[in-house]
Design a protein. Structure first.
Length: 251
């Protein structure tokens, strides 16, 4: 590391990653935004899934001011965040074969829908099976992952494949294996992960494209407003009622 303070170094590293995904993933971000716009226009429903810390980016696009009201969280008990006790159980559940099938069988996902799957490594059984089984149902799958893991690690799924191998579109977050941007001679392990910052930005870029694409087609994007601005609750009430048959976080 240079003489700069770690805070500045981390922010610079995050900015560099954001620039990379802006420049290198622009075409895929655009295609993903159009895919979601097509899904909305054709009457489909939108879902997002992530396990552990990857769930943070998925949750960030659900019921969000400035976001699409139609994005629903596909939840898997025990892996949404770190609220499960002990927290290590969530990591173990990601490696359980068959869990994705059980979740999809009891979910509202159906042909014509779109599912965004966030998994930094893309190597565990849960995201791999989620993508495989969702596509078998006729669901379009967008994967958000670090492709580096597929080059530098081995899959934990019986097929030997990664999330990226079972998606209609793949957004590469460019995060290095290990998800830590900084090192110090005085610290025995690398530290300062940037995956949440970059992945959340990628997803917001996709949804910005979706909203603009719908508007270009003469369709009002079903956007939510902040409940902390005047008129926000009334606006949201209208949108939520209009699309109630495609929103699953209310009932």
């Amino acid at each position: 590391m240079s003489d700069r303070k770690p805070a500045g170094q981390f922010l610079d590293a995050a900015i560099d990653l954001l620039r990379r995904v802006r420049d290198e993933e622009a075409d895929t971000v655009g295609a993903a935004g159009v895919l979601l716009a097509d899904t909305v226009q054709n009457g489909g429903r939108l879902f997002a899934f992530g396990a552990g810390h990857s769930s943070l980016a998925a949750q960030d696009v659900v019921y969000r001011a400035g976001g699409l009201a139609l994005m629903n969280l596909l939840t898997v008990p025990g892996v949404v965040g770190v609220d499960v006790m002990p927290a290590t159980l969530g990591s173990a559940l990601e490696r359980v074969d068959g869990l994705a099938s059980a979740v999809l069988d009891s979910s509202p996902l159906r042909a014509g829908d779109a599912l965004v799957i966030v998994s930094l490594s893309g190597r565990n059984a849960l995201p791999v099976e989620m993508a495989m089984n969702a596509r078998a149902l006729g669901v379009k799958v967008i994967g958000v992952t670090s492709v580096a893991y597929a080059r530098e690690t081995t899959s934990r799924h019986t097929s030997g494949t990664f999330l990226k191998d079972h998606c209609d579109l793949v957004l590469d977050s460019k995060i290095a294996v290990g998800d830590a941007e900084l090192t110090l001679d005085t610290v025995p392990a690398p530290f300062a992960p940037a995956s949440t910052v970059v992945t959340s930005a990628l997803l917001q870029a996709v949804l910005a494209t979706t909203a603009a694409t719908l508007a270009d087609r003469g369709i009002e994007p079903p956007l939510l407003r902040s409940g902390n601005v005047d008129g926000g609750h009334d606006w949201n009430g209208r949108v939520l009622e209009q699309y109630r048959d495609r929103i699953f976080y209310r009932h």
